[in-house]
Write a protein that binds this ligand. Sequence first.
Ligand SMILES: [Zn+2]
Length: 415
Amino acid sequence: MGDKKYLLIIGDGMADLPVPELGGKTPLEAADKPFIDALARRSESGSVKNCPDGLPPGSDTAILSIFGCDPLKYYTGRAPLEAAAQGIKLSEGDLAFRCNMASLGGEDVPFEDKIIISHSSGGIEGEESKELVEWLFSQPEFAAAAKKAGVAVKPGLSYRHICVQTPGDGLGLVLFPPHDHLGERVGDNMPRGSRNAGVLAELMKLSNKLLPGHPINEERIALGKLPCNCIWFWAEGTACELPSFADAYGKRGAVISAVPLCRGIAAMTGLQSIEVEGATGELDTNYEGKADAAVRALCEEGFEFVAIHIEAPDECTHNHDLAGKLQAIANIDSRVVMRVCRELEERGEAYRMLILSDHMTLMATGAHGAQPVPFIIYDSTLPQTGPEEGYCEAGGAKGRYIENGTRLMNILFGG
Ligand SMILES: [Zn+2]
C-alpha cells in the first residue's frame, strides 16, 4: 500500500432532465447503478457548473473546466484540442476543424433539402472511415477545391477526422455541430457568416456528390448500414496552449479515454494517455479494460491520478437511444466503478474518487445542456453522509454548489 490514489470518472453526458418515458425520472435516477448509489450515500455530494455561460456547452468546455483549465481563458474551439491528440501542432493563422463522416438522407432532392441522419455514419469503423476520407481528398475534383481552400485532412480514429485550413479565417464563421441537429434539413445548418463559410459549404456539398459512389458505401447499404455520404465541418478553433497539470496540482497523472478530445486535453496538459484495446467511445466499449488499466496505472505504474472517461452515455443520447443511455450508466456502475473499487480495496489501497457527468445531454433534444451536473467525491478513508437518493441530479442539488468547475481538482486533491 502506498500513498492515497486519486481517481476521476467522467460519464459523458450522463446527467439529464426528467424524461417522460421514465415516469418523470432522469436517466441517472432510473438506471440500475446500485454500486455508485451506495458510494454516493457515503460521499461528499454536490453539483457543479462546468460549462460557463457564453460558451457552447459540451465536453470541450466542460472537460477543460474539470481539468482545471478555465475555458473562458483557454478555449479557442474544440478541434485544436482534438488535433493535439493526433500530435498535430497548429501554427499562428491556422484554423482547425472537426471533419465528421456523416450520413445524409433523402434521394433525388437538392443537397440543401437532405436531412442529417447521423453525425457518425452510424458509428462507422475506423478503417472504412479513414479509407473513405483519404479517397475523397484524393479525387481530382475534390483535391483541387480543397487545395484552393487551403484545407488539408488529418485522418483520425472512427468517424472523427481533423482538417486544418492554412490560412484559415474564422471571423464571423458559424458552423453547426451535426449531433445537435439530427433530423434537420442540411440547408438550415450549413456554414454561414463569412466568405470562408461559403468555401467550406462548397466542400461539404462536393463530398456529398462524390462519396456515395465509393464501393464501401455500396457495401454498407447492402449490409443495412448507413452510408457515409458527406463530410461535416464544425468545432473550428485556432492554436491554443494549456497549463501543465503537474505544475498546477503536483500530481503525475494519466487519462484513459477513447475520444480524441480527452486525449488532446491530456496531451496539452502533460497527462499521459493510456491506450486500451477495444475502447471505442460507444456502448460496446471495453469497460473492464479501462477499469483494469486505471488500477494498473495507479498501483503498478507510478501514477498518482487517473481519469477514466466513458463517452457512451453522451453518444447514446445524441442518438436518441434511451435504453442505450440507461445501459451505459449501468455499465459504468458494474463494469468500471465497482471493478476499480473492489480491486483497490483488495489491494488495500486508500483512494479518493470523483465521479461526475461532464455536462448534461438531454434526451428531450439530443443536445448538450449547460446546467450544473451532480458530482460525488468518495474517500475510502473518510466516509461521509451523502444524499439518500444516491448519485443523481436531485441528490447533487442537495449538496454544495460549485459555481466554477475549475475548482474540482483542488477539491479532489484537497482530501
Ligand atoms: Zn456530446
